[in-house]
Design a protein around this ligand. Structure first.
Ligand SMILES: [Fe+2]
Length: 319
């Protein structure tokens, strides 16, 4: 096997032009020659040059190149090559193609529209497997009826938790009532303060009426909230969350708070919550015990045109 670099090799372009009669089609381009230097088959397939094969039809053509010329390659070896290419191709396509899983996602939204929630969740799972990011699930208006179905919501949590990949999360759509806030945060080791990258975090809180979902406040609502999102911390353990200021429970003096859970490999699940420094319900006793309870108090200090911004440091114990 010889690789010809048409830019860097002496007379590379001339040799390539001799072999490749058709213009265009991109690189890499491949030709398999017989002993006399005659072309037996090239990477130009029915849909053009298969290049570095990733799409199924490209892999089909590459395999047909092997089949047309192999002499010493066993069926078992051929099978391994095909299997590896198909696995690699699927991964590559879903990671680079922004449209990966888009059709299944749209189909899921269609099922939501006609009230077929079970089918919608199944299609959503397929979309995420195919590479569609779960970031939009908590805010996409098309999914609202599904999100508001308390039973199905837990299935959405599981899907989002499994597939989440960005460190930015938004819990509310534009129609949600409430004062906009942004939490710029970091997840760190409780003891050393070292940033923890790749941590999966779920945040959830009450809405502007102090409820987790209609009619549910402090009791069962927190386990199945209407406003939620998942994120995955970046290389420096950072995250950014856009949401609204949670309201306190109706007829309660419990301060406003945002719940969160954190999952990190080889550590137990961690659950905690943060309060807000400006909250008149945050009494001295709660303030004093906050560090011991690992409840951060967020100061919303800065603001841009859209919202108040505060810093949240999440400290995760190692045991
Ligand atoms: Fe709560």
């Amino acid at each position: 096997m010889t690789m010809i670099d048409t830019d860097r090799m002496t007379e590379g372009a001339e040799v390539a032009a001799e072999l490749r009669k058709k213009r265009g089609g991109g690189i890499p381009w491949m030709v398999i020659l017989d002993g006399a230097g005659r072309a037996k088959i090239t990477s130009d397939g029915p849909k053009g040059n298969c290049g570095c094969p990733a799409e199924p039809h490209e892999i089909d053509h590459f395999m047909s190149m092997l089949d047309a010329t192999r002499r010493h390659m066993s069926d078992a070896d051929r099978k391994i090559i095909e299997r590896e290419l198909r696995t690699y191709g699927k991964k590559l396509i879903s990671s680079f193609k922004p449209g990966g899983g888009m059709k299944a996602y749209r189909d899921a939204a269609g099922k939501v529209r006609v009230g077929q929630f079970e089918a919608a969740v199944a299609l959503m799972g397929q979309a995420l497997e195919e590479g569609y990011g779960p970031e939009k699930i908590p805010t996409d208006p098309a999914l609202r009826p599904l999100r508001e179905d308390a039973e199905r919501r837990l299935e959405l949590f599981a899907l989002a938790k499994k597939h989440v990949r960005t460190h930015r999360a938004t819990l509310v759509d534009n129609h949600e009532e409430g004062r906009r806030i942004r939490l710029e945060g970091r997840v760190v080791d409780q003891k050393t303060g070292a940033p923890l990258s790749g941590a999966v975090m779920q945040l959830f809180h009450t809405d502007a009426s102090g409820e987790y979902r209609p009619g549910m406040d402090a009791g069962g609502g927190a386990g199945n909230p209407r406003l939620w999102a998942f994120l995955r911390t970046d290389d420096a353990g950072r995250f950014t969350v856009d949401t609204i200021m949670p309201e306190r429970y109706p007829n309660s003096s419990v301060p406003r708070h945002v719940h969160y859970k954190v999952w990190i490999k080889e550590r137990p699940e961690m659950a905690s919550e943060c309060f807000f420094d400006s909250d008149p319900n945050l009494d001295e006793r709660t303030r004093a015990s906050a560090p011991k309870n690992n409840f951060p108090i967020v100061k919303l200090e800065r603001t841009d045109e859209l919202r108040m911004i505060g810093t949240l440091t999440v400290r995760v114990p190692n045991d």
